[in-house]
Design a protein around this ligand. Structure first.
Ligand code: EPU
Length: 433
């Protein structure tokens, strides 16, 4: 497995961003579609607008590890998957440990090979991220789930439609159980499902493949099992988190950007919160224009499932609110380990305190460049955003965590007028030459 060299992002702040940015395809839809394409036992699946990010490379490696022939044409952002021959039911530790979404490969392995073994499970450092809804759902569909210390083995006895539920509307849990139910004979009803736009895009993809799914976007879904799913072509939706990160980049630098591929409908509450802070959106045909014309106002944010405020944007809006005129209140309700930005942002001069399960951001502050640590993907991106508005130089590392979820951040931001360089460990050792 390749993870690339140890990289850092060096950001020299103070430049208002201007220009046009192309929003990438949605990470959290593409990953599930790569796994879903393994449900088709003949033909080749073509996925377009696939983001060129490290998590997609890990998903490709996993698909290849179980025997699929996968070609990622990165320049064309197109992935071609031929899953006619699957040869292994084991998702190997060296990939799965670094990639929590590995569990989405389980339905294809169950249907194609009768069993799946996950040798490790990884992902962002977001506190306790359980997968019990997934395993309970597989069990209700007729699997045995054997959890050992370092591996999980799931065996399909006789898969059969069932009534399933999620305790909370888990994003990946919804997609995974829909995939598992799609080829299970009979009717499956899943209560309390997620309504994120990516879930609907995955349902659209599975429907093209021949799945019979109804109720997407309503909170409960019915799946009538079909006998086979076929390989199809699909264009992955735009990434609403990537789009909102660039909207915040415009706001934090006092610039103005045209976003190609962004849909305000996918922002949910994020749109209204940014507007309350003083960010202005306007739609010009297919282009979303975003600017900040006045001083930022403080904000109250409580993260919740879509259309609520996306947890993935909690760190970016914390960085933005450090510049707002007054105290902002931010409460994370989805992940329990998602305030790792606080210490790093404070190193840059912000005044953020964690009070119980909320964070109070006392603005406005003057952000100053510092060496900071990206504890997870979204913290890393938030620190890049803070660096864009900071005096002096900010060094964010490890860059790999940002590259997990965003295509060429340095390249795209530089085109918009930012001063960013990528530094590799060897470069750092010899003074960055
Ligand atoms: N949860 C359980 N049991 C489960 C599943 C989830 O207790 O079986 C809990 C989790 O521990 C967490 C909460 O439910 O506290 C929400 O988890 P969810 O399953 O919705 O999250 P996810 O599907 O694992 C996806 C995205 C995340 C995004 C969340 C919320 C992917 C690959 N990941 O995670 O994306 O934050 O939904 O929208 O789709 C990111 O892109 O940086 C990222 C972390």
């Amino acid at each position: 497995m390749t993870t690339g060299p140890q990289t850092s992002y060096r950001v020299r702040g103070g430049y208002p961003l201007q220009g046009t940015v192309f929003v990438q395809g949605a990470k959290n839809a593409a990953l599930k579609m790569i796994a879903a394409s393994l449900l088709a036992d003949k033909g080749r699946t073509v996925l377009r607008n696939v983001p060129v990010i490290e998590d997609v490379r890990r998903a490709v490696e996993l698909a290849q590890a179980v025997g699929a022939v996968v070609k990622f044409h990165e320049a064309e952002r197109t992935l071609v998957v031929d899953a006619s021959e699957l040869t292994s039911s084991v998702l190997p530790a060296e990939i799965a440990r670094r990639f929590r979404a590995s569990v989405v490969f389980v339905p294809a392995l169950l249907h194609r090979l009768g069993e799946a073994t996950i040798e490790g499970i990884g992902g962002c450092n977001l506190g306790s991220r359980n997968l019990d809804f997934h395993y309970r759902g597989f069990a209700r569909l007729g699997c045995t789930v054997d959890e050992r210390e370092t591996t999980i083995h799931i065996k399909a006895r006789r898969l059969k439609g069932a009534h399933l539920y999620l305790d909370t509307p888990s994003h990946t849990g919804t997609e995974n159980l829909i995939m598992a139910a799609s080829l299970s004979p009979g009717t499956t009803v899943i209560d309390n499902v997620a309504m994120e736009p990516e879930v609907l895009d995955v349902i659209e993809f599975l429907t093209k493949m021949g799945a019979n799914i109804s109720g997407g976007g309503t909170g409960f879904v019915t799946v009538e099992g079909v006998r086979e799913l076929k390989a199809v072509e699909h264009t992955v939706m735009a990434d609403r988190i990537d789009a909102a990160v660039f909207a915040i980049a415009a706001a934090i630098t006092g610039g103005e950007l045209s976003l190609v591929g962004a849909s305000l409908d996918h922002f949910g509450v994020v749109r209204w919160k940014l507007e309350q802070m003083g960010v202005e959106f306007s739609t010009h045909g297919a282009i979303l224009q975003v600017r900040r014309g006045r001083a930022l106002r403080p904000i109250n944010v409580i993260t919740s499932p879509f259309p609520g405020f996306a947890t993935d944007l909690q760190s970016p809006i914390m960085a933005l609110s450090s510049l707002a005129d007054g105290t902002s209140y931010i409460r994370e309700t989805i992940f329990d380990g998602r305030y790792t930005l606080v210490g790093e942002l404070n190193k840059m001069g912000a005044k953020v305190e964690v009070a119980g399960d909320a964070a109070l951001v006392h603005g406005p502050c003057v952000l100053k460049g510092a060496e900071v640590v990206a504890h997870d993907l979204r913290t890393g991106v938030a620190l890049m955003l803070a660096g864009l508005a900071a005096e002096g130089e900010t060094v964010v590392s490890p860059g790999y965590l940002i590259d997990r979820g965003h295509t060429s951040m340095a390249g795209r931001l530089t085109t918009l007028g930012a001063d960013i360089t990528v530094t590799r460990a060897a470069d750092q050792a010899d003074g960055g030459r």
